[in-house]
Write a protein that binds this ligand. Sequence first.
Ligand code: DAH
Length: 341
Amino acid sequence: MEIIDLKTLKIEANKEIDNTADLKSLDDIDKKYLGKKGELTRILRSLQILPKEKRANMGKAANEVKNVLKQKIEIKRKEIGKDVIIADKERIDATRPGKAPIQGHLHILTQTRREVEEIFRSMGFEVAEGPEVENEWYNFDALNIPKNHPARDVWDTFWLKSAKERLLLRTHTSPVQIHYMETHKPPLRIIVPGNVFRHEATDQRHEFQLFQVEGLMVDKDISVPNFKAIVGEFFRRFFNKNMGFRLRPDFFPFTEPSFDIGMTCLICEGKGCQLCKGSGFLEVAGAGMVHPNVFKASGVDPKKWKGWAFGFGLDRLAMMKYKINDVRLFRSGDMRFLNQF
Ligand code: DAH
């Protein structure tokens, strides 16, 4: 046995280890060189027959090769092992039940808006929209609320900085009555759903942003009984039952006479609770017969045409229908609330 042989053996073994990719053949290499009958073991055993001087040198060299190979095999074993674990992790089992993607759904106010639109459409109303940023004319003057009139205080809002004219976030959907009548000739029936904004201290019933549905019907012989019939039918369909409601005299500059629409508070079924301030009724809309000045401002002849209008708080309708006792929940972004609907 020569050192040369040992060198060749080392080179061969190294090559084989490098080229292995699985544990089984690595075990075979281990056995082939380092096993009981392995090539290196045989060399080590055969040392006894060598003369003493040679034996020491050869022994040292052979042991070195043995250790190097052993180490290398161990390292390789770990490497292959790691790959096996990773491969295991990355394996795709197409038969496993999948993870369902989280699906969004329509916000409860959007659902309510669509329900309301559907009911009015079926009664011959068209759905109209208008801008959320208004000027003073549309939000106030055209609605018979002149500058410095105290009624403007009721609709305090957010003013926008603009060079040309005073712009504001609309405080109600009523300006769309004007926009619509400017461009459409009576007879007409519209509802106008949309966001409105108020400078408002928030509480259980009030928000600085709310959703209104304006209604406007203009024809030759329009009267309060027409109005009551339509609102009664709307309530019946929206709440799926005959709903009692009451009209009380109120004041709005753009209607004469004016009233507010109160309905039995469905949170407490009329018994009185914190939301309805113990009255058993909740105001859900303002309404009235269109004021002649509003017709004039929109280019409609008040001698020829009559009309009624209302402005429902959609938030409040949804609160009643779904028994939600705090208006602030709608825009809270709290998924625990939103996922209930
Ligand atoms: N715009 C009123 C508000 O926001 C509500 C209202 C009252 C609308 C009477 C109307 C109406 O159309 O006729 O408080």
